[in-house]
Design a protein around this ligand. Sequence first.
Ligand code: PLP
Length: 333
Amino acid sequence: MADAPRLRDLYAARRRIAGVATRTPLVPSPSLAARAGAEVLLKLETVQPTGAFKLRGAANAVAALDEAARARGVVCCSTGNHGRAVAYAAGASGVRAIACLSALVPAVKVEAIEALGAEVRRVGRSQDEAQLEVDRLVADESMVEIPPFDHADVIAGQGTIGLELFEDRPDLETIVVPLSGGGLVGGIALAAKAIHPGVRVVAISMDRGAAMAASLAAGRPVEVEEVASLADSLGGGIGLCNRYTFELCRRLVDDVILLDEAEIYRGMRALFRDDRIVCEGGCAVGPAAVLAGKLRLAGPTAMIISGRNVDMDQFAAVAAGEPVRLGDRVVAG
Ligand SMILES: *Cc1c(COP(=O)(O)O)cnc(C)c1O
């Protein structure tokens, strides 16, 4: 098992992912600046070829494979942005990729991953059963699993965002990051605190089903019940045997903010109406926290707009200000 990532691993990642992942723009948001009373800059990971930042970590993990591992190929069981990222990164480097997905994963998601060149294996009726097939491919066929966040190369890849931020704006005082498993904020904070120790790193999740936030509060990794959320890409556990991201978050994240669904809804809607950005609920949490009055800013602030792979029917409803059904709840602004 590799050691925990360090700043030099992030610079190495930067070189390795060039040409696969995009160096993304950092653009001002005048409307958020007016609300916050501070300069607000949006880091647009929405323009990555797969629509989300996870391509950085996956591309770095694929690039780090040795020849023998490249020949055997990579596996994952993500249905979302990580699955797309692994499929794309492997395809771009001519490495075989298998995505193990449960029979319950909707056809559109399966097709999106197949279209990026990965083989899809439908197994079982849950993510856990799909994970068993991943474990079997690792054990029996020596394929390499690329996990979505708790992996040194993946964290280093996500951390390249932090390097780019300070190249563009060495004067940043605050960085605001959506939080799920903590690979994104962990990598960025690693870069940020090494380059500019005084910077404040704020992580944001939804107020129900946020495993890392609950784990940080408990002082150890804990499980939480998953709840349907507009921020669906922020759901999922952190693993009771978490190796890296829990420690990174505990050490380097200054504040954690939690938002309810109505607050996330208003963030998505504002980002669309004021900044013309189509994004997932999970990416609108920074703007949402400002609008909700839960995030006070002083000095130049960067917000990571992490992905745009939103269900378009849901997005259209939010953009129009109409109520959205989430499981047995209805959410409106
Ligand atoms: C995965 C993901 C996140 C959270 O990243 P972690 O490394 O799991 O904390 C945020 N936004 C989007 C769009 C994602 O796909």
